[in-house]
Design a protein around this ligand. Structure first.
Ligand SMILES: *Cc1c(COP(=O)(O)O)cnc(C)c1O
Length: 394
């Protein structure tokens, strides 16, 4: 089949996703639960693939709750996020969310009020903004002043208020604190710290804690893709934490986004031009940060490999560079449209395809798709990574 337009697509390896999550699920200690935070990628096919293999989904808006209910009527939903509106809280109740994460005193009153009007009780976790002991991750929602959660110092007051409100039932605490933490030891230590806090509040305020949600935040190493988060070491360290807190009989919840869908996703874009400017090589793609904004947002290079394409249909010579340092830019009219900077490649030619790895989370989902009105990429679903090259090289 002859291709008319330059290649540009997201590819999702569904079997890789299933295997990855299977491994996480089978190694998880008993009493631990793994939820998928769908904001990392709420693609319908991914949600359908994940629904049978995770314990549930975490949603951060009514739109996300509705996306989840469209693929699964029964799956457990956790609902969090700052600044919930009345309509969102009503929608959450209507869609039978399992737990609502309350982010402030006002929200506590609002949830209680709406639940009262509906003649129901809402099960809640209080979202805590910890003062200390948050690992050095790429993004911090906790341990520093942010818009998220209730200040750790104010938690006793929030508990006291929650206990007076007839239409909310406090079942525990929520501690999502960071994103892209690559250090498994620090993550296990963080879980231990969450357990300490939950235990002391539970005891002091006589709360029967059913859930401790330690959030997501497990990271991807985009700089060195051979060295990823040491999941097995993490699980081993968690056994120590579990031993230490033997008396705790709550369920511990992870709500991971990035760590679940990042590795199954690829972004593939054809090289449109190669040029030299001020002594540097630039490789221009059909695509760019309007499809994959993550590297530009974090000012880092996204890992990629070159997929050689032999076909060349023009009567003039094909631009190429070998053993050269290149910067990979997209098709937008802004110098910020860079996906990788100063990367040594063995060879790249116009018409080859760059395959970006670890693009399944916070890729398409966070990008400004219509800036400059270029066409969107295709979204292709495959069942094995050996098929990636076949999908690209049609
Ligand atoms: C974004 C988010 C997550 C998922 O974070 P990752 O870093 O993708 O694991 C989990 N919980 C909450 C409350 C979030 O906002």
């Amino acid at each position: 089949m002859e291709r008319e337009n330059p290649f540009c697509a997201y590819l999702y390896d569904l079997s890789k996703l299933r295997h990855h999550v299977d491994r996480l699920m089978t190694t998880l200690p008993s009493n631990f639960r793994l939820f998928y935070a769908i904001k990392a990628n709420s693609d319908e096919t991914l949600l359908k693939t994940l629904a049978p293999v995770v314990h549930g989904f975490e949603a951060a808006s009514l739109g996300e709750i509705e996306k989840i209910r469209a693929v699964d009527k029964e799956i457990l939903i956790l609902f969090g996020g700052p600044g919930k509106t009345q309509a969102e809280i009503e929608g959450a109740i209507h869609n039978r969310v399992a737990l609502l994460h309350v982010e402030s005193f006002h929200e506590l009153q609002l949830v209680n009020h709406i639940a009262g009007q509906k003649g129901t009780t809402v099960s809640i976790l209080l979202r805590v903004n910890l003062r200390h002991s948050v690992p050095n991750a790429q993004l911090k929602m906790s341990g520093v002043p942010t818009q998220f959660g209730i200040d750790e110092f104010e938690v006793p007051n929030a508990i006291a208020l929650a206990k007076c409100l007839p239409n909310v039932k406090i079942l525990g605490f929520h501690f999502h604190a960071m994103s892209n933490n690559g250090d498994s030891k620090a993550h296990a230590h963080f879980v231990d710290h969450c357990f300490e806090r939950a235990k002391s509040w539970g005891k002091e305020w006589n709360i029967d804690i059913s859930y401790v949600n330690v959030g997501g935040g497990i990271g991807i190493n985009y700089q060195n893709i051979e060295e990823q988060f040491a999941w097995d070491d993490f699980i081993e360290d968690l056994q120590g934490v579990i031993q230490k807190h033997k008396d705790a009989n709550w369920q511990t919840v992870f709500e991971c986004g990035r760590y679940i869908t990042s590795s199954c996703g690829y972004y593939a874009a054809e090289v449109l031009d190669i040029k030299q400017n001020h002594g540097k090589y630039f490789c221009l793609l059909r695509g760019g940060s309007h499809h994959l904004r993550l590297p530009a947002a974090w000012k880092q290079s996204h890992p990629f490999t070159v997929v050689p394409v032999e076909k060349w249909s023009y009567p003039f010579s094909r631009p190429e560079v070998t053993e050269s340092v290149i910067t990979v830019a997209g098709e937008l009219c802004t110098p910020n449209d860079v996906l990788a900077r100063d990367i040594l490649v063995p060879r790249v030619r116009v018409g080859d395809i760059l395959l970006f790895h670890y693009a399944g989370a916070y890729g398409w989902a966070i990008s400004h798709h219509d800036f400059l009105s270029h066409p969107h990429p295709d979204h292709l679903y495959i069942e094995s990574d050996t098929l990636i090259h076949e999908a690209i090289l049609v």
